[in-house]
Write a protein that binds this ligand. Structure first.
Ligand code: FES
Ligand SMILES: [Fe+2]
Length: 366
């Protein structure tokens, strides 16, 4: 939304450079822009995106309601074709999409048979480990086909289906954060937003540690203090700030966390209680699918404060739109020239690099 700053009490953010791109777009046009391909971008290689491995962790692969019981669907993440299905037992499963027999893509026309996935080509049947459990026309199954191969550990939490990515197939190393608000009748149904960001995931993650950009990209009056703490696979932050609203400044608080590289959440309090559950999943080295799902207490979102509650979501979404413009064409600078006042970007990177399994230093054995 464009702000005209008509009222002197209007404490919303000031116009910034990226509004040249965003200012003219509305409604559907903006929604389409968020997931559209971009013109004239340089290669992933030239932007340094191929220097960054895919980080290990739990990632959203779809909303739970996009995968009904008994259905199979194709997915693409981590530069790979995948097939997901929900078995008759209600459990979501994900395996590599290409059948090990003659290479059919099982996400297209694959059939759910009990809790297994049946290939559309010759009906070989796979379990969730990617092992072939039945070849209907053959008396025996080749021994290699019986071995688990290409199965992805899956989980379901907060209305999403998640898959665990590890480059060498290590088992999940932590659990997802679960929010009782999601699905609680006193809280709203998810308000959902989606983007395709043309960048490595690290660019987006690093934003939380980048204090200086808030003023120039988001138009904040000051540089918010990006105080972050890092513990194991968790990063947490708490920002106490004056938040600009159409009715002036209010004391706001923003608590946020990343649980590994794929799950993030933010809780806004002050203006209107809001929980944002976010999933960020690499599709290619330089492409990430981002899902923002907001829920608010019905008493606020549907009561006399509804306008403010909606405005808060609009503002958060606008901030992401603004960042996207930068990320879409940004280049990875390994030896970044960091200044005082930039925020804890170096600390952030040190924490983040634990998820690049390929970069792990061989540990010294005692
Ligand atoms: S290609 Fe899948 S069963 Fe033949
Ligand atoms: Fe930002």
């Amino acid at each position: 939304m464009a702000h005209d700053h008509a009222s002197p009490a209007d404490a919303r953010t000031a116009p910034v450079a990226v509004w040249q791109v965003l200012g003219a777009m509305r409604g559907e046009e903006l929604k389409n822009w968020r997931v559209a391909p971009i013109d004239n971008n340089v290669s992933a290689q030239e932007r340094g995106a191929t220097d960054l491995p895919y980080p290990l962790g739990w990632y959203v692969v779809c909303y739970a309601d996009e995968l009904p019981t008994g259905e199979a669907k194709p997915l693409r993440y981590f530069g790979k074709e995948l097939a997901a299905w929900r078995g008759e037992d209600g459990k979501a499963r994900v395996i590599d999409a290409y059948c090990r027999h003659l290479g059919a893509h099982m996400g297209y026309g694959g059939r759910v048979n009990g809790n297994d996935l049946e290939c559309p080509f010759h009906a070989w049947r796979y379990d969730e480990t990617g092992a072939v459990v039945d070849v209907p026309y053959s008396r025996s199954i080749p021994p290699q086909a019986k071995r688990p191969c290409g199965g992805w550990p899956t989980a379901e939490a907060n209305g999403f289906v998640w898959a665990w990515y590890h480059p060498t197939g290590e088992a999940p190393m932590w659990e997802l954060d679960v929010f009782p608000e999601v699905g609680d009748p006193d809280w709203t149904e998810y308000d959902r937003y989606e983007w395709l960001v043309h960048a490595p995931l690290q660019f987006m993650a690093e934003n939380a540690a980048d204090s200086a950009h808030f003023k120039y990209v988001h138009g904040t009056a000051t540089y918010p203090d990006a105080a972050l703490s890092f513990e194991g696979h968790r990063r947490t932050g708490l920002i106490k700030a004056k938040m600009g609203t159409p009715k002036g400044e209010v004391d706001g608080q923003i608590a946020n966390a990343s649980i590994g590289p794929g799950q993030a959440w933010t809780r806004f309090s002050g203006i209107s209680e809001t929980l944002l559950v976010a999933g960020t999943t690499p599709v290619e080295r330089d492409l990430v699918r981002v899902r923002f799902a907001f829920t608010q207490p019905r008493s606020e979102a549907e009561g006399p404060m509804a306008g403010l509650a909606r405005a808060l979501i609009r503002d958060i979404v606008k901030q992401f739109d603004q960042d996207k413009i930068i990320w879409d064409r940004q280049r990875f600078v390994e030896r970044a020239l960091i200044c005082e006042g930039d925020g804890p970007i170096a600390d952030f990177r040190r924490w983040y690099y634990q998820f690049y399994a390929e970069w792990a230093k061989p540990t010294q054995m005692a």
